[in-house]
Design a protein around this ligand. Sequence first.
Ligand SMILES: CC/C=C\C=C\CC(=O)SCCNC(=O)CCNC(=O)[C@H](O)C(C)(C)COP(=O)(O)OP(=O)(O)OC[C@H]1O[C@@H](n2cnc3c(N)ncnc32)[C@H](O)[C@@H]1OP(=O)(O)O
Length: 311
Amino acid sequence: MFVCSRVIKSLLDGGRQTKAALRLSMRTMSSGISSQYKYETLEVSQPSDNVLQVMLNRPEKRNAMNRIFWKEMVECFTQIDGDQDCRAVVLCAAGQTFTSGLDLTDAQEVFQAAEDKDIARRAFFLRELIRGYQESFTVIEKCKKPVLAAIHSACIGGGVDMVTACDIRYCTQDAWFEIKEVDIGLAADVGTLQRIPKIIGNDSLVRELVYTGRRLYADEAKECGLVNRVFQDKEVMLQSALDLAVLIASKSPVAVQSSKVALIYSRDHSVPESLDQMATWNMSMLQTEDIMKAVVALMSKAKDPPNFSKL
Ligand SMILES: CC/C=C\C=C\CC(=O)SCCNC(=O)CCNC(=O)[C@H](O)C(C)(C)COP(=O)(O)OP(=O)(O)OC[C@H]1O[C@@H](n2cnc3c(N)ncnc32)[C@H](O)[C@@H]1OP(=O)(O)O
């Protein structure tokens, strides 16, 4: 009886919330998502309900990562994490190149700022700087909404750091990846070395790529598991990435976002620790109305997915 009344209540609430959500989403679309997400190096759009597209937008510089970009990534993904209307994100890039990585001209100026400091102060400055740049991509992992990277053409240096922090990677047939840092005399320091071994699970290949800076082309990237799908061109890839984001956004946000948190936790912890985290997490999440809604929809063979409330 209790379960039954909860089901009916949740269905009724769902109806009310659908209308409210529809009104809000119409309002959002009419006021324009770009007025809520104002960035210089990133263009944010809403291609579909509950889905945001974040596009690197310095095509004339091949989307090189300058200091504004490093700052805006943190602001943008923090904003997305708190955006109840967003349930999945597509990360793509404008122009002919996905990204040429670190903006070498800008970086030179940034490093020069510490030149006249004493050696210890310069070291502290650089440490803070690197920690800040690391955060620009870790924020993708901290954002509970799944982030799908749609990569075309060149993905160099910092680009590999960035996409390895994403949940899912698609690329075009003409895509190539380059862990370029060795060629500019440094060890990659903003995420690639920490994340890529866990993604492709081939230590020998990782070391080859890291020590040589050679290009990894689309087919090999798929073969080793860096990407899971390769598309003939950018347009087809973006449509497929959007379709996937829409599908993810149709699921319970409680289920999807809890899964992301658990997957990242378990990557960094032992199986027993991760099972414990899962049990503690789900002792709250199992009480969600989403389970009831999903089960009712499943059992009644509903054509459309249930309307899950904002999270
Ligand atoms: C704390 C440290 C944190 C992060 C560290 C990350 C490390 C890295 O990212 S290492 C990788 C650094 N990047 C590179 O070495 C790539 C350099 N660029 C290229 O190889 C090429 O530009 C290209 C990406 C292959 C594209 O070639 P093409 O299509 O022929 O374009 P270009 O004519 O070369 O460039 C057009 C325009 O963009 C400027 N530009 C390109 N890349 C960068 C860059 N990385 N930094 C700054 N500017 C870049 C280039 O200078 C041109 O500018 P103009 O004003 O038009 O001359």
